[in-house]
Write a protein that binds this ligand. Structure first.
Ligand SMILES: [Zn+2]
Length: 337
């Protein structure tokens, strides 16, 4: 490793980017075969549409997609944007990991964690499926990571973390059934939390899980708002956006001690809260209406509104925690006190 340290940093970054691209290309195969339930082989890739075997130059990460203009060279069918996105994301994250942790064994562990994160998030986004074995391998790697003392916690904390992660998500899912009449979170989410608990330990889960709920809320509100605006429900759409923005403003004001301690604080916050309550009422009335329509519909199983998978939010939260755990802790502590 030391002999590598004499190389210029830009050179290692480019090299890391290329490794990330190749790894991303491999992850695409794992994702596709996992979703199809095929066992893993190293056979040559085929076009999923026309089944023609691809030559090597159609398999170059990122570049092939760009030169083929996103179409299969044989049948001209569109190639899913998932392929270049996963490759680029993997390459960028690998570079961030190298720049954060240098050339070290820890970085290699982080690369492997990131790879599993990408697999879990992608299968969840594509088909709301979490493949169990991926989470088990990740949990074992998390324990090994902490045995080597690369992480934030000792091995005991890591084991407790895995159990706690699973139990916390199962408890939240159970609470969800009381309100929504169906599981609020899938079993896959509990398994993701199990592996994250093994990596980060149980105390850090108390930061990662609330952060994922916040991320989920932001994404859901945005999607709901744009959906309503698209359907020309301007008042409702704007209410969603206002709920979203005012939460941020209140958060920002609490964070900014100068405003928080001044007399102007109440002058800003009280009208803001009145407006927030008003838009919340519009939003809740709408949700109640949707619930009634769902009840009257013949299909008993129809959820009130289609829930987004929670896995990607947890993965995003965990990715942020891999790099910025101390920063996130500081912000949350500042937020509370
Ligand atoms: Zn084809």
């Amino acid at each position: 490793m030391n002999s590598l340290n004499i190389l210029p940093q830009w050179f290692i970054v480019i090299y890391t980017f290329l490794i990330g691209l190749c790894c991303g290309s491999f992850l695409n195969v794992v994702i596709l075969r996992g979703l199809k339930g095929e066992s893993f082989t190293f056979s040559r890739s085929k076009c999923p549409k026309c089944n023609t075997q691809l030559t090597w130059y159609m398999n170059i990460p990122l570049l092939s997609y760009i030169f083929l203009k996103g179409k299969c060279a044989y049948c001209k069918e569109h190639i899913s944007i998932q392929y270049p996105l996963v490759e680029a994301l993997c390459a960028i994250l690998f570079c961030i990991a190298y720049l954060s942790f240098g050339l070290s064994l820890k970085t290699i562990f982080i690369w492997i964690f990131l790879s599993f994160f990408i697999i879990l998030a992608t299968t969840d986004i594509l088909e709301t499926v979490i493949i169990d074995v991926h989470t088990y391998i990740l949990a074992i790697l998390g324990l090994v990571y902490n045995i080597f003392n690369f992480g934030y916690v000792n091995i005991l904390n890591s084991i407790i973390g895995a159990i706690a992660g699973f139990l916390i998500m199962e408890a939240l899912a159970f609470l969800g059934t009381l309100f929504l009449k169906h599981r609020a979170f899938g079993e896959g989410d509990s398994l993701i939390a199990l592996s994250l608990g093994a990596i980060f330990g149980y105390k850090n889960l108390l930061i990662i899980i609330p952060l994922s709920i916040l991320i989920q809320a932001i994404v859901s509100l945005t999607i709901l708002a744009f959906g309503e605006l698209k359907n020309k429900n301007i008042k409702l759409g704007l209410s969603y956006i206002f709920v979203f923005i005012s939460l941020f403003i209140v958060g920002f004001l609490n964070f900014n001690s100068e405003i928080y301690n001044s007399n102007n604080y109440l002058l800003i916050v009280v009208p803001l809260c009145v407006l927030l309550l008003w838009s919340l009422k519009i939003v809740l009335d709408d949700l109640k209406n949707k619930k009634i329509t769902a009840k009257n519909s013949t299909d008993e199983q129809t959820p009130v509104f289609k829930l987004l998978p929670f896995g990607p939010a947890m993965i995003l939260s965990a990715t942020l925690a891999l790099f910025y755990l101390d920063k996130i802790k500081e912000i949350i502590l500042n937020f509370i006190y």
